[in-house]
Write a protein that binds this ligand. Structure first.
Ligand code: BTN
Length: 254
């Protein structure tokens, strides 16, 4: 149905009209022997979730709500890099399909003109030293008009069709995301994170800008320098101290 040109990603697809969360289904499938590349996709989620236990608004028929199961033979510390690989795949797919030029806000937001169009949620099933599965949740606002968004997120969210002014094919987008993801994943397994890091930095909004990072240990302000080889964000504060940020909410252009 998708006309996929991939070898593994999306070769097994569980499509559902309406589910609480594709992420939950993918977790269950991953725990019971699903093959790498298994995709769970739904038209609507009634309990979609974002990072930090936030609600993810996933109305019927106009978005892409999907979760992809990956099974790399890697140690668990590598899992956060998959958020960045996925972000690059999503940006490249949006560029190819729509001609729009999205940017990435570390670690997982895809923005157009400063508004969020896609979120990525990477979760891990692991033993102490090896990954069993990485569940990559991707939520893309595709054919939403502005009044599809609840009031409280209208200022900060957008959709591809709002930005482009036309409807966009969801199946073409899913297909392209999976194709980009498959080629970036194979590049990563062959050559490591450096080529991904360079691509990621070329799309990042925050590099060289002043940003504010709210972490559980407090707020850090400074200049975003880039990401490390592990995918960790580096910020230099006013005193020249370099902070490594593993998890935070980021504000750009402060
Ligand atoms: C974020 O920006 O906080 C991440 C949002 C991730 C949303 C996707 S939609 C498909 C998958 N199922 C979920 O419940 N969440 C992810």
């Amino acid at each position: 149905r998708l006309g996929l040109n991939t070898k593994t990603l999306g070769q097994v697809i569980h499509y559902e009209e309406s589910v609480p969360s594709t992420q939950k289904i993918a977790h269950d499938l991953a725990g019971s022997g699903a093959v790498e590349g298994t995709l769970v996709i739904a038209d609507e989620q009634t309990a979609g979730r974002g990072r930090l236990m936030r609600e993810w608004h996933s109305s019927s028929g106009n978005g892409i709500w999907m979760s992809l199961i990956m099974k790399p033979h890697l140690p668990p510390q590598k899992a956060p890099q998959f958020t960045l690989i996925t972000a690059v795949a999503v940006v490249q797919a949006i560029e190819d399909v729509t001609g729009l030029q999205p940017q990435i806000k570390w670690p997982n937001d895809i923005l157009i003109d400063g508004k969020k169009v896609t979120g990525i949620l990477t979760e891990l099933q692991a033993e102490s030293d090896k990954i069993n599965s990485i569940i990559i949740g991707i939520g893309m606002n595709v054919n939403h008009s502005i009044d599809h968004f609840p009031d409280e997120i209208r200022q900060i969210a957008t959709s591809l069709s709002i930005e482009k002014g036309t409807r966009i094919s969801r199946s073409k987008l899913v297909q392209t995301v999976l194709e980009k993801m498959e080629s970036l994943y194979s590049l990563y397994m062959k050559e490591g994170f450096i080529p991904i890091k360079l691509l990621w930095e070329s799309y990042a909004v925050s590099i060289g800008k002043r940003i504010r990072a709210r972490t559980i240990n407090g707020t850090i302000e400074g200049t975003a320098l880039g990401i490390t080889e592990e995918g960790v964000l580096k910020i230099e504060d006013g005193e020249g101290t370099i902070h490594r940020i593993y998890s935070a909410d980021i504000e750009v252009n402060i």
